[in-house]
Design a protein around this ligand. Structure first.
Ligand code: ADP
Ligand code: ASP
Ligand code: MG
Length: 406
């Protein structure tokens, strides 16, 4: 008997019919003699609607209240799923994240899982029950409910699979697996049969929202293979794992794009030791990730500009700390730009191989796209461009790197 953790995303459980269809898939796997833990996301666009509702009441909703509110989305879908399974004659029980033992720190809206205590889940499995767990949420030591960040149900599933030492961890979604680019932007995008953790982590961190990046990180850390597949079909999907064959590593694997980008430029900062620390330490303390940092060389009067990007959803909080910090170092002003986005090429084969950057820049140039900022890692090159040009850029790069070909 295998223990399988499955996760179904929002569009897979968007309405009553979809919930009943997914319940049938769960039953089919259970009846093949498996133990089942199923993590569900909120139905359809519920989370967006709840955020919208909160903002109508309060433009900057209180973070504790917002997390408790958002956690209700997943409670709705997990209880309905348990009911649907009971209708099919199976014993099933729904558990909130807290009941399932998902313990987190207290950073609301992006809480990190500290530990998983799967006692209750095990007890229910031992009784022969199918266990349905509300994704995306946990509980702090103070018994407050937290959420794990947008897309966080993937992370719930992988964390549970690790804690339960599951035999399989399967993420079911509305596409057939991980593609060479978002198939909604690039119709020729090709489904990958497998991908390594490192590449998937870069793709997810740079916008490929098919997987929550922290779920991939956990998978890599604990060596838990993750299958990504469609909840709408029976196709095989993509296996994310650590044992990729060497030949698979010789080119660009995929293209990611991310429109959740805001640029901040601190203008007219004195060019002296300590200034960068004074700007970035408060951001770190506020738990805001900073990406793509560029400091110009000062000309003449030892005055320079520092530009960096944060997630657009963090801009408000970032400015709350950057503005006072830039005043304290004597900067002239703080400018923001929310019309930009990132496009990245990712592939372990780029390591120590010249030519990839040049090819990327040429493809963007030939598509008439101006590059504003560039950053790289060992296996990724990212260009920051106009958000409006993202579809064109992703398509041009997909073609330039011949990703439609195997
Ligand atoms: P779920 O609700 O199941 O968690 P998401 O909407 O979070 O689903 O993620 C699936 C979506 O991710 C797809 O519909 C697709 O548009 C998008 N996506 C972006 N990049 C990729 C990629 N490289 N491969 C597959 N899907 C991608
Ligand atoms: N419902 C949450 C969201 O929309 C979590 C998830 O879907 O994974 O972000
Ligand atoms: Mg998702």
């Amino acid at each position: 008997m295998a223990l399988i953790v499955q996760k179904y995303g929002g569009s897979s459980v968007a309405d009553a019919l979809r919930i009943k269809e997914v319940a049938q898939r769960i039953v089919a796997t259970k009846e093949r003699g498996n133990q089942m833990v199923v993590v569900v996301s909120a139905m359809g666009r519920t989370t967006d609607q709840l955020i919208d509702l909160a903002r109508q009441v309060s433009p900057q909703p209180h973070e504790r209240e917002l997390d408790l509110l958002l956690s209700t989305g997943e409670l709705v879908s997990c209880t309905l799923m348990a009911m649907a399974l009971r209708e099919l004659g199976h014993n099933a029980i729904s558990l909130s994240g807290a009941q399932a033992g998902i313990q987190t720190d207290a950073t609301y809206s992006r809480a990190r899982i500290l530990r998983v205590d799967p006692k209750r889940v095990r007890k229910e499995l031992d009784r022969g029950y199918i266990v349905i767990v509300a994704g995306f949420q946990g509980i702090t030591e103070e018994m407050d409910i937290t959420t794990l960040g947008r897309g966080g149900s993937d992370t719930t599933a992988v964390a549970l699979a690790i804690a339960l030492k599951a035999d399989h961890c399967q993420i079911y979604t509305d596409v057939e697996g991980v593609y060479t680019a978002d198939p909604r932007l690039v119709p020729e995008a090709r489904k990958l049969d497998e991908i390594g953790y490192e590449e998937m982590l870069e793709l997810a961190s740079y916008g490929a929202k098919v997987m929550h990046s922290r779920a991939v990180e956990l998978g890599q850390l604990y060596n838990m293979p993750i299958l990504v597949a469609s909840s709408f079909s029976q196709t095989t999907g993509t296996l994310i794992h650590g044992g990729m064959a060497m030949e698979m590593r010789n080119k660009v694997s995929g293209i990611a794009h991310d429109t959740n980008v805001a640029k901040i430029t601190v203008v007219g900062v004195p060019d002296r030791p300590g200034v960068a620390a004074a700007l970035f330490e408060p951001l770190a303390r506020a738990g805001i990730s900073v990406d793509t940092i560029v400091q110009n060389v000062s000309i003449g009067e030892n005055i320079t500009d520092i530009t960096f990007t944060v997630a657009r959803s963090d801009l408000h909080r970032a400015l709350e700390v950057v503005k006072p910090a830039s005043q304290s170092v004597g900067a002239r002003e703080c400018l923001t730009d929310t019309t930009l986005a990132k496009v990245s090429i990712v592939g372990t084969g780029m390591q120590n191989t010249p030519g990839y950057a040049a090819r990327m820049f040429r493809a963007l140039y030939e598509a008439g796209i101006n590059i504003r900022l560039i950053t790289t890692s060992e296996i990724r090159i990212t260009c920051i461009i106009d958000e409006k040009l993202i579809p064109k850029a992703v398509q041009a790069l997909h073609k330039a790197f011949e990703l439609e070909k195997v």
